[in-house]
Ligand binder design. Structure first.
Ligand SMILES: [Zn+2]
Length: 306
């Protein structure tokens, strides 16, 4: 039976959505910072590229860890603790506010899916997503990049116009917009969160079957060093930032990651897990704002988190 505070939250959720109508498309030109991006796209063999085109759009862009833009092998090792804003303060969005613009290239249904993703994060955390007014220095441009297509994002705030790509549905399938889940995943990258299975302690929780990984992509399963790892939370199988069992797999019967806990499921793209929710709130200082906000966001995480 649902707790009465759960009902209260649902009422608040509905009120929140009614109070925040969808912004109108903006007429300003959309220029992307693709020159920066192109340098970071790994130039894979053509056959591998073709293989990837059939795969999940989250792995198909052919970037570092599949969907993370702007990272070379070297920079990954400096940036991999994107979560540590005390080390990389410039990567944190100022005042927990993210100006955003959703490209008018998307259909109204796709725009709604993206908007739902932003509302969900905005509801469960103190992150404030505000429509870009044309003046803000830094903003997220959500845009269906065609080359490389797929779902991908930079890690944390890069400064200036920051592209986040979500490939719209086509005749082959829903791509990144079958629901708000993949948009939530990429937005969490943009807020500064890495993949859960790249944690230093992941081998205690999942088994990596190296022989099942398509060779050029083994590096996508690299771990962070213990020295630099400062996670405050338990390993989270339920994270929306965890790879699924067959990411970069060489075949259907060849799982790449297998959870060590029997009943654990990995790779969900439905919504923020309870821990994802706590993590974002902690990273952006939401719990320290006031006792009221601490209680509010903790309740949202406990009740709405997966
Ligand atoms: Zn990702």
């Amino acid at each position: 039976m649902m707790h009465c505070s759960g009902l209260m939250l649902i009422v608040m959720l509905v009120a929140y959505s009614l109070a925040s109508p969808l912004p109108k498309p903006m007429p300003f030109p959309e220029i992307s910072s693709l020159s920066f991006l192109q340098k970071s796209v790994v130039d894979y063999d053509r056959n591998v590229q073709l293989n990837l085109k059939q795969a999940d759009p989250e792995v198909s862009p052919g970037m570092w860890e599949g969907d993370i833009a702007g990272l070379s092998f070297d920079t990954y090792y400096t940036w991999r603790l994107g979560l540590r804003f005390e080390v990389f303060p410039e990567r944190r969005w100022k005042n927990a506010t993210v100006p955003y613009h959703i490209s008018h290239k998307y259909s109204s249904i796709d725009r709604e899916t993206i908007q739902t993703a932003l509302y969900t994060i905005g509801l469960m955390t103190c992150i404030d997503f505000v429509p870009y007014d044309g003046d803000a220095e830094d903003y997220l441009l959500i845009w269906p990049v065609e080359e490389p297509a797929g779902c991908w994002s930079f890690i944390g705030r890069t400064g200036g116009q920051q592209v986040l790509s979500l490939q719209p549905p086509d005749s082959q399938g829903p791509k990144c917009l079958g629901g708000p889940g993949k948009a939530i995943h990429e937005t969490l990258h943009a807020l500064g969160i890495f993949h859960e299975q790249s944690r230093a302690d992941r081998d205690d929780y999942v088994t990596l079957n190296r022989e099942n990984v398509i060779k050029p992509f083994l590096h996508n399963f690299a771990k962070q060093s213990l020295v630099n790892t400062t996670y405050d939370f338990e390993y989270d199988y339920a994270s929306i930032m965890h790879y699924g069992t067959h990411f970069f797999s060489a075949g259907k019967d060849k799982p790449t990651l297998v959870p060590k806990r029997r009943d654990a499921r990995i790779g969900q793209r439905d919504g923020l897990s309870r821990t994802d929710c706590y993590k974002v709130n902690k990273l952006y200082g939401c719990f320290e704002r006031s006792p009221y906000e601490k209680l509010k966001y903790e309740s949202f995480c406990d009740i709405l988190g997966l």
